[in-house]
Design a binder for this molecule. Structure first.
Ligand code: ZN
Length: 204
């Protein structure tokens, strides 16, 4: 394979400038989701506009490592009924989905709750309604571990929701599960189902 060095010339197609010449330079490369970047990566840069156009194979592992370092690990101990609610919601969205979808579903609802005009509004009520529907669930079902890796951006939204709702992280997750129960599991015909099915298709 070819090993590229700084200053080397190449050619690539730029989304702005069409077929252009490039030079390999060290640049900070933004992650695909637009949040954060990998620092000082050798990439092919457009000679016209300066955008990063090519990423040589030798730079891929360093980008991946930076992406891994940037993820935030979350751990929570939840009564099993909460995890089963997530899994039942996933089953309703698509019976092929596995427990891997827990993270995507929680992230979807976390982002949705953070984006509301009044962030986190109604989450406490959703959690209370869930507990009222399943009295004793908090105490009786065995505790299970939920571990998630989320982006720094999503972790920031979670911190913001914790402040807005005055809930700790575990209780915030529980309240999101309460909302998922109300919107996805409980209704005879969930209004949110088509959007979630599209989301699951994109996340698969
Ligand atoms: Zn360009």
């Amino acid at each position: 394979m070819k090993l590229y060095v700084e200053g080397e010339a190449g050619r690539a197609v730029c989304h702005r400038d069409g077929l252009v010449t490039t030079h390999f330079r060290y640049r900070d490369v933004p992650f695909d989701d637009g949040h954060g970047s990998a620092p000082d990566i050798l990439v092919g840069v457009c000679d016209v506009c300066g955008d990063v156009l090519t990423i040589p194979p030798q730079s891929t592992p360093a980008i991946r490592a930076a992406r891994e370092r940037a993820t935030v690990s979350l751990e929570a101990q939840l009564p099993a009924l909460y995890l089963e609610t997530l899994d039942l919601a996933a089953y309703r969205i698509n019976p092929q989905l596995s427990t891997d979808f827990r993270k995507a579903l929680l992230s979807y609802y976390l982002h949705g709750a953070a984006a509301e005009k009044e962030a986190g509004a109604g989450l406490l009520a959703d959690w209370q309604a869930f507990r009222d529907s399943f009295p004793g669930a908090e105490k009786q079902s065995p505790r299970k571990r939920l571990s998630l890796k989320i982006s720094p951006f999503l972790a920031g939204e979670m911190e913001m929701l914790m402040v807005a709702t005055a809930l700790n992280r575990t209780d915030l997750i529980k309240s999101l599960v309460g909302r998922i129960h109300r919107e996805v599991v409980a209704p005879a015909k969930p209004r949110v189902l088509p959007a979630l099915q599209r989301f699951a298709g994109a996340a698969a």
